[in-house]
Ligand binder design. Structure first.
Ligand SMILES: O=C(O)C1=C[C@@H](OP(=O)(O)O)[C@@H](O)[C@H](O)C1
Ligand SMILES: C=C(OP(=O)(O)O)C(=O)O
Length: 444
């Protein structure tokens, strides 16, 4: 326990210019889906590049509880003995999704189609997150799911519901909501069609197709029929763009940096930050490096460049939804003003990311005006030392480790254990590249 009494703290401060060649861990979104769909397939699938993060491991543990045998031949590797589309068995107790919104929302759809009852629970942060966005449209398909008071977890899912395919336009642009509906659609009679207000990441669609389930999809649209089967297939998980993003921003803002990130997943629904950073003046050279698991991957060489503020085009928001904490730091280090709009979703992530970033940047001396759906960040102030609350949110913690590389003095970042949900080993990789970053000596 740290002096905050809540978990580990980091002490971050200016390091050296960032150099070297790094490979970030596997994609979290793909890792969740690989476990889920390989478990439902006929036959044995091998997964390479699996993210050894707490979120994906929570999903893995849940599928073991649902009767799936999953071997671990080594780090980042799994052998999943699929039980077939109707082969899951009733769990012996609640299924713990940990910190993972993705795990819980996708499982709500998948479990709504089973013959048995199940209960999904999560940690304190997940227990505050909105679930009606999945339970309401799933109810239209015939699912019976009770939420806690206020539409939050736990979710009590009643088995044996006769699901019916529906045509739905989602209210929020959310890959989790879309995926929950498609996974319920596997068990529904007839056709399930999902349209989205803005296109979101399409890993569920791509992986269903790769495992042989007939599906039609294009940006913002997906349609499938119930009652098919999945065929086991080996799955290679590409490196997570969202993890790479912290290093892309760090190398952009730390003078003298020249960093290479190897074979990063470049699904166009994930790379909105690149468009925005380039519009701000960032120097990111992209060399395509083929495909990994059906996804384009590229080597990215990032050199420090002076950034200037912009109005973030709203069409990029869904394609960079997890990158805003890092973008706020880039904006604080830029000259001029950056305006973020149409990003109210940030308020219902692991923390309220708009207010967490605004509060933390103000502590370090930057001027930030919050709005209901975004913020105006006034760049150019020199950042000072200070103590930052991560609110137990991995992306807030990592974002402030970057900000500290531009601060005069030490930045204490409280409660960083949650970084292990998406990016185990971030601190070692960051220190190796040149970050000033260490774990605080606990005080008793
Ligand atoms: O489908 C997914 O794997 C994810 C979708 C996004 O959430 P929303 O669907 O809530 O936008 C993203 O923030 C999350 O980290 C992963
Ligand atoms: C929002 C995130 O994840 P999840 O919704 O799965 O908790 C994230 O990783 O930034």
């Amino acid at each position: 326990m740290s002096s905050s009494g809540m978990g580990t703290d980091w002490i971050a401060s200016r390091g050296t210019p960032l150099h070297g060649t790094l490979a970030v861990p596997g994609d979290k979104s793909v890792s969740h889906r690989a476990i889920m769909l390989a478990s439902l397939a006929d036959g044995t699938s091998r997964i390479e590049g699996f993210l050894e993060g707490e979120d994906a491991r929570a999903t893995e543990a849940i599928f073991r509880q649902l009767g799936v045998e999953i071997e671990v031949p080594g780090p980042g590797r799994r052998v999943v003995h699929g039980v077939g589309i109707d082969g899951l068995r009733a769990p012996d107790g609640p299924l713990d999704c940990g910190n993972a919104g993705t795990g819980m929302r996708l499982l709500a759809g998948l479990l709504a189609g089973q013959s048995f009852d199940s209960v999904l629970v999560g940690d304190a942060s997940l227990s505050r997150r909105p679930m009606r966005r999945v339970t309401v449209p799933l109810a239209r398909m015939g699912a019976r799911i009770d939420t806690g008071e206020g539409g939050t977890p736990p979710l009590h899912i009643h088995g044996g519901a006769a699901l019916q395919g529906v045509e739905i336009t989602t209210e929020v642009a959310s890959a989790q909501v879309k995926s929950a509906l498609l996974l319920a659609g596997l068990y529904a009679a007839g056709t399930t069609t999902v349209r989205e207000p803005h296109p979101t990441r399409d890993y569920t669609e791509r992986m269903l197709q790769a495992l042989g389930w007939p599906i039609t999809f294009s940006p913002g649209y997906a349609r499938l029929e119930g009652g098919q089967r999945l065929v086991a297939r080996d799955i290679v998980v590409p490196a997570d763009f969202s993890s790479a993003a912290f290093f892309i921003v760090a190398a952009s803002v730390v003078p003298g940096s020249d960093l290479v990130l190897r074979r990063v997943g470049m699904n166009p629904r994930r790379t909105g930050l690149l468009h925005v950073l380039r519009a701000m003046g960032a120097d990111v050279e992209e060399t395509p490096a083929g495909e990994q698991g059906g996804e384009p991957v590229s080597d990215l060489r990032v050199r420090h460049a002076p950034l200037h503020g912009i109005e973030v085009p709203t069409e990029h928001v869904a394609d960079m939804i997890d990158e805003f904490p890092a973008l706020f730091v880039a904006a604080a280090c830029a000259t001029g003003t950056t305006v973020v709009r149409d990003a109210a979703e940030l308020r219902v992530k692991e923390s309220d990311r708009i207010s967490a970033m605004a509060a933390g940047l103000r502590t370090l001396g930057a001027e930030v005006d919050e709005t209901p759906d975004g913020a105006t960040i006034h760049g150019g102030a020199s950042l000072q030392k200070g103590t930052i609350e991560s609110h137990g949110d991995h992306r807030i913690a990592m974002a402030f480790a970057i900000a500290a590389q531009r601060a005069d003095g030490e930045v204490r970042i409280r409660d960083v254990d949650n970084v292990a949900t998406s990016f185990p080993g971030f601190d070692a990789l960051a220190s190796g590249a040149g970050f000033g970053l260490r774990t605080a000596v606990p005080t008793v």
